[in-house]
Ligand binder design. Sequence first.
Ligand SMILES: Cc1cc2nc3c(=O)[nH]c(=O)nc-3n(C[C@H](O)[C@H](O)[C@H](O)COP(=O)(O)OP(=O)(O)OC[C@H]3O[C@@H](n4cnc5c(N)ncnc54)[C@H](O)[C@@H]3O)c2cc1C
Length: 450
Amino acid sequence: MSDTLLDSRNLAFELYEVLDAEGLTERPRFADHNRETFDAAINTARTIADKYFAPHNRKSDENEPKYVDGAAELIPEVKPAVDAFLEAGFLNATRTFEQGGMQMPNLLSQACFAHFQSANAATSSYAMLTMGAANLIENFGSEEQKERFLQPMIEGRFFGTMALTEPHAGSSLSDIRTKAEPAEDGSYRLKGNKIYISGGDHPLSENIVHMVLAKLPDAPPGVKGISLFIVPKFLVNDDGTVGERNDVALAGLFHKMGWRGTTSTALNFGEKGECVGYLVGKPHNGLSYMFQMMNEARIGVGMGAVMLGYAGYLYSLEYARDRPQGRLPDGKDPSSPQVSIIQHTDIKRLLLTQKAYVEGAFDLGLYAARLFDDTETLETEEERKTALELLDLLTPIVKSWPSEFCLKANEHAIQILGGRRIIKKYPVEQYYRDNRLNPIHEGTHGIQSL
Ligand SMILES: Cc1cc2nc3c(=O)[nH]c(=O)nc-3n(C[C@H](O)[C@H](O)[C@H](O)COP(=O)(O)OP(=O)(O)OC[C@H]3O[C@@H](n4cnc5c(N)ncnc54)[C@H](O)[C@@H]3O)c2cc1C
């Protein structure tokens, strides 16, 4: 099997020699696992990513989602890829057996997901958003909300989004203006405009569950006045079937320099005054809940940046081995054969720098994933708390360091390819464009440093 997505020797080294993945199987939650089950999951991820995700990476970049009659259309290859991902159980890799999951450590789930991120950043983002939204409902939603929205998400029937950003409020979420008015039946009516919402519309699922930040009428100013709402694209009937269309309209699509296969949407909530939403948890606590999804997404974005850097590194490494050009300084005889460029010192520098960046960042991301397991499965509360504090400290770094340095890795890969392969037919210029967005979303670079 090819190693174009991720160097399997490096992955095994990280998992089993650096991060002691097998040690996790001594914890009760992971006791049914062993190295064989971990490797089987990784091999399945690699196979599906190779077969379904990688082949349309370029096509989805060249054929962005289209706005047709108020809905987003995608190229036909995206759905079978997402379906294969769902069928193999990767959406619920970390959920318990009772929930229909694989009860895998988060470390292994991230290692599996890395293959999809390397193969196709855009298509894998629909799954990533859904996992985050589902976890948010699982942790903070009511039992009824779990039954109505989480369960179909676990089944892969409903997908999710995070809807925070507004035209005048990006980094400064305290200034959002979307309003939520209480209705007589205990639900809420939302009104407002959100922009740049990834996965805000698509034909991949029966329903889309938007996790929306909005303000109640009595909200105190600032971040302490933000509440979190579930706003489905389609209402869900009491028997669980998908009902009428909710008052959420796709106002348009943004066309970006990268991640072009992911729909980037402008959503209008409540144009007709009938947008039904359901409060999650307590009023005014929404941002603290949303931070869970944002932190998960930050680790996901960091890993996505790593994998784009990694894919570029592997591609430029192979190219450098194959491309003959010139001779070494001590062998200038023009009749001697040319050497492959990997033998030139400057190319070695560019390759080794990439390797250091991507493998270092890969290790950092997986280390954070393992810390996440520690926060849930270490024996004492004290140990779990310490792990959580370290994870909190590292999360902005896991997001931003790869976003900066794995982008630099892509720059080095482009340099190695020279003039011939920066033409669009070859993947590295796309990796660079995809990666350039990572220092912006999920909190800009400057905001992470703050
Ligand atoms: C590909 C992509 C996907 C996205 N997906 C989603 C999504 O699914 N859901 C969603 O809600 N949003 C999404 N966003 C929006 C994203 O979260 C915002 O773009 C981001 O938070 C920055 O907001 P902004 O674009 O308004 O920039 P601004 O907040 O206007 O920032 C502009 C610049 O000013 C700097 N800056 C701002 N405030 C400060 C400060 N206090 N101190 C120092 N510097 C500051 C920033 O670092 C940045 O460099 C996405 C964006 C992109 C590009």
